[in-house]
Design a protein around this ligand. Structure first.
Ligand SMILES: [Cu+2]
Length: 232
């Protein structure tokens, strides 16, 4: 938020510090809200200092903002101590997103977080990961970080409300076997992550992914067969 008068800026800061730019109300963030540092990595906090528990599935982030229209995305790092944007990049150098960028309006909301659905390897119960919410309400990209331990036993307190969660895992990570192009790339990705993640795991992620893909393929063939019968 850029106001032209410094008097106005001061007055606004005095009455509404929490709502300036954007702020996160759940889960806990790295450090006390610092409006001036929000254009910087993790609101200016370069190391985890406040790790909290977070659901392995069906999690969400709640937020408030002084901007009424925005673009939001959420990055995820599997580093136990991410200290720079490089820790939130994929191996090919792009943003490692757990929620793909989306646009909307409103001065508060909640974002659906599905860590295991984003196609990021190395995510399981007990993982220490960091979520970095990216918010652009018209005055540049702003950042807040949440260092969490993914816990499949943890339930978000019922007084933390999320009536209408928004956001989805990035589209390139959702498996869609019906499309030749994304189907083949998702097979490659599944195999790669299965080979590099959790050498002591009891189940094989790549095997599971292959089975799911195969079943989907059979279902697709079945549907095609039914359609062929109906059309004949
Ligand atoms: Cu702002």
């Amino acid at each position: 938020m850029k106001l032209t008068s410094s008097v106005l800026v001061t007055a606004f800061a005095a009455v509404s510090v929490v709502n300036a730019h954007f702020s996160i109300t759940f889960p806990g963030v790295r450090g006390p809200f610092n409006e001036d540092n929000e254009p910087q990595f993790c609101d200016g906090y370069t190391a985890p200092a406040n790790r909290t528990r977070f659901p392995l599935t069906n999690g969400f982030i709640t937020w408030e903002a002084s901007h009424g229209s925005w673009t939001i995305g959420v990055l995820l790092s599997t580093s136990t101590s991410p200290t720079s944007f490089g820790n939130f990049h994929t191996s090919s150098g792009g943003d490692q997103l757990v929620v793909g960028y989306f646009q909307g309006t409103g001065t508060s909301g909640c974002i659906r977080i599905m860590p295991t659905a984003a196609g990021i390897s190395g995510i399981q119960n007990g993982s220490n990961v960091t979520l970095q919410m990216v918010f652009d309400g018209g005055d540049g990209r702003l950042y807040q970080c949440m260092d969490v331990t993914l816990d499949d036993q943890y339930r978000i307190p019922t007084d933390v409300r999320c009536a209408n969660p928004q956001g989805q895992p990035p589209s390139n990570s959702s498996s869609s076997p019906s499309s030749t192009q994304s189907g083949s790339s998702s097979l490659v990705k599944t195999g790669t992550s299965g080979g590099t993640s959790s050498p002591t795991s009891t189940g094989s992620p790549s095997k599971g992914g292959a089975v799911v893909t195969a079943v989907n393929g059979l279902l697709g063939l079945g549907l095609a067969g039914v359609l062929a019968v109906i059309l004949a």
